[in-house]
Design a protein around this ligand. Structure first.
Ligand code: 3NM
Ligand code: MG
Length: 518
């Protein structure tokens, strides 16, 4: 077996503890996992005597050889040498990479555990064959994890390897199981260096049927998740603004005819107005903050809005359940990180939401969006309405582009000029009215509007997002200009009227309103 041919797709790491292996025989479990399609095995036993390690290692090697799968030994070069297996896996506290290589020779497979950029670079430069990146999610299997890096951290390390043009193979580890594996693989592959596979302990070693679990996991590693079907395509990103504006009437009509569900998990302050906005644009609103309802609602073909307006621990749990339900159903999710940078609780919740599922559209003001960028979690925002104050649109454009690429999302950064991007081109929208900033919940209702558009026209979420923005902001202009509107109070009902009027006019083919798009 040549090292270059090793397939890391489904990498089993064994565990001999009572809590995971139980009373089962390790060799039988590994053999059934191999039958199920495991492509690489690491024998990891932190407690047994050396004699047991060597004896078990030899038995395991007889088995893995039958399946033409490499066997690596955790920590122990001497055991790997005695067993005569294909290599070792070493952590940061074990023997150093250079010495391991010297002892085992150039043909041995040597893998290294990394949890930050420095360790990643060192392992890649030092000639490791692969790295195990972790800990992705908190896991009971390894309670002494140095850091939980999330999908975020994983993405950053892959970007780093991509930049340095490294050929090193990569797997991730920690809390990977059937419920998240296909999402993690997909979210770690967009544009940048892709993950080669996943390393798994308990989801196979503790499974009732390791063969069936391995089969399922391998299938999930290789197949894109449901939400990936309608990701914005490269040619949709490079269109002209005019091409997108030309699609707006069609999208608004789609909302009118399909009446998509807009499922809002939102704060008390805006529930009423968000529901009215949804009705005015022709969508069907439901305000449902209980996560357990999401599975049934997602099956109705609508979109979810996660609005972090009044985040609580319970609320966060509910968001995560709903996010998973919509991801599994392949239905779109709009994230409104209200006040994301205002408190430590919100910064942490933002990280949890972004790392715990796939978001189609992130919509926020400047400081909210900046808080969603890697490294953005340290930014301090004053309140929910404040902006970070940067007016350099080119610079901001690059920030939103990077965010869109890294997370494979559409980003809408609202402000005097709104920026919209899916990663390639930044579209600027200059519409809107200052009254929008004087009424509570108008940002939240924009997310509701966008959710209806992407639900009605999922094949082109970028155009749908821009359609939502134009419908919304031009309605605000038309309302503000009305004779009967004297200020923010009279603006609200007029705004609902104009949202409705734009829809009705568009359905009739009257597109005068759209001439205001700028
Ligand atoms: N190493 P499970 S996490 C062995 O972060 C190991 O380096 C980790 O177990 C690291 O698949 C981990 O059951 C345990 O979550 C992974
Ligand atoms: Mg170790």
């Amino acid at each position: 077996m040549k090292k270059a041919d090793v397939d890391y797709s489904l990498y089993l790491v064994t565990d001999s503890t009572k809590a995971i292996l139980g009373d089962k025989d390790i060799c039988q479990v590994v053999e059934s996992a191999l039958k199920g399609g495991v492509t690489c095995v690491q024998y990891r036993d932190k407690t047994s005597d050396t004699g047991v390690l060597v004896a078990t290692g030899r038995k395991l090697h007889e088995i893995t050889k039958k399946y033409n799968v490499p066997l690596l030994i955790n920590d122990r070069i001497d055991v790997a040498f005695a067993v005569g297996c294909e290599g070792v896996h070493i952590g940061q506290d074990d023997i150093d990479l250079a010495s391991a290589r010297k002892l085992l020779g150039p043909d041995a497979i040597i893998g290294v555990t990394v949890s930050n950029l420095r360790e990643t670079e060192e392992a890649a430069m030092g000639g490791a064959d692969y790295i195990g990146i972790g800990t992705v999610f908190a896991t009971l299997t390894k309670k002494n994890s140095k850091s939980i890096i999330g999908v975020d951290g994983l993405q950053q390390m892959l970007v780093c390897l991509h930049t340095s043009k490294s050929k090193i193979k990569t797997v991730c580890i920690g809390g990977i199981n059937a419920s998240n594996v296909s999402r993690v693989m997909w979210q770690s592959a967009y544009k940048e260096k892709a993950l080669d596979g996943v390393a798994i302990v308990s989801a196979i070693m503790a499974a009732a049927d390791p063969e069936a679990s391995s089969k399922e996991l391998l299938q999930l590693v290789k197949s894109p998740p449901a939400f990936a079907k309608n990701v914005v395509k490269p040619d949709q990103q490079t269109r002209s603004a005019e091409d997108i504006v030309a699609l707006v009437p069609k999208i608004i009509k789609m909302v009118d005819s399909k009446k998509p569900l807009s499922h809002n998990m939102t704060n008390l302050v805006v529930q009423n107005i968000a529901a009215n906005v949804a009705l005015s644009i022709g969508a069907s609103p439901i305000m449902a903050n209980y996560g357990e309802e999401a599975k049934d609602l997602a099956a109705l073909g609508g979109a979810l809005v996660v609005n972090m307006g009044t985040v609580t621990p319970d609320g966060l749990t509910n968001y995560m359940i709903a996010l998973k339900a919509y991801n599994d159903a392949g239905q779109p999710v709009v994230f409104d990180p209200v006040g994301a940078g205002a408190t430590e609780v919100r910064r942490s919740a933002t990280k949890t939401i972004l790392g715990g599922g796939y978001i189609d559209v992130i919509k926020g003001n400047q400081s909210e969006v900046l808080t969603c960028t890697p490294g953005g979690s340290h930014l301090q925002q004053r309140g929910v309405d404040s902006t970070a104050g940067d007016t350099d649109l080119t610079k901001l454009g690059n920030v939103v582009k990077d965010l869109a690429v890294m997370r494979a999302v559409i980003v809408v950064m609202t402000g005097k000029t709104d920026l919209v991007t899916a990663g390639t081109k930044v579209f600027k929208v200059e519409n809107g009215h200052e009254y929008l900033g004087m009424v509570t919940g108008t940002g939240c209702c924009l997310a509701t509007t966008i959710s209806a558009m992407v639900a009605a026209y999922p094949e082109d979420k970028l155009a749908a997002t821009i359609a939502g923005l134009l419908h919304y902001e031009i309605a605000a202009e038309l309302a503000a200009e009305r004779q009967d509107v004297k200020g923010p109070g009279t603006f609200v009902p007029a705004f609902l009227d104009e949202l409705y009027n734009i829809r009705k006019a568009t359905v009739k083919g009257d597109l005068v309103w759209l001439e205001r798009a700028k």
